[in-house]
Design a protein around this ligand. Sequence first.
Ligand code: FES
Length: 100
Amino acid sequence: MTVRITLDGRDLDAPEGAVLTTALLGAGQARLGDHAVTGEPRGAWCGMGVCFECEVTVDGDRSVRACLTLVLPGMAVTTGTGTVTADACGTEASATRGAP
Ligand code: FES
């Protein structure tokens, strides 16, 4: 069954009970935030709760991993609110750019 959620304030119909990352990808929303240091786009990477690349805010709760969250009716999803400052491998951004 399809339910109505909001994504960054826009209405979105999504399959109830689907994994949120899947529903968002299906709606064309791959970018879930930006890297805090480099500004590079972030999105689901591991799909199993390990990398934190998929963090979004759901109903005011920050740091929700979308890959571990199921779509529920009326949920309000906000992208661009992730708190992770390391890359998907757990390496700080400054180290990946070769900074001392
Ligand atoms: S995609 Fe890696 S934690 Fe969600």
